[in-house]
Design a protein around this ligand. Sequence first.
Ligand SMILES: [Fe+2]
Ligand SMILES: [Fe+2]
Length: 180
Amino acid sequence: MAKQKTSMKSGDGRKAMAGKPAGGSTKSPSSSKSGMGLFDLLKKDHDTVKGLFEQIQGESKKANKETLFSKIEKELEIHMEGEEKYFYPALGESEEAREHVLEAYEEHRVAKTLLEEASGLNKEDERWDAKIKVLCELVDHHIEEEEGELFKVAKDVLDEERRQEIARQIKENKEQMTGL
Ligand SMILES: [Fe+2]
Ligand SMILES: [Fe+2]
């Protein structure tokens, strides 16, 4: 079975999105209808995690590294669970999205492994810094692909109502996990 390869790398994804007059940005057009839209909600988490990675990589005190690492662990755990429970399965129903979704699951899996390994190391061990650096690069790459290709496909295959529903489910899941 010859599978047509239509893989777009992130640069192409952005170009393709820029060609669209509406919805070219990652902002959801009717995100105000019932709270924050799905893409804005996920992007907010991405920005939080990116900020934490920036902080942790500039940190030298062990205690601060530990505090920041705990925050990153928690943020990523909650975010990945929300995506895996609600966002990815909804996208996986579409043939168009399948390749991107499978790749995203793999990246989550590698991120979880690195988190677990880093968690077991002393924060003063130089291997810990190396792991954090690789984890940060992986997460950066993953975020870039999600906000580019994956969000673009999601706009095509999920209507606004479905996106609002997924955003609500992810928010509820997060509230349950954080006990808010
Ligand atoms: Fe994400
Ligand atoms: Fe993700």
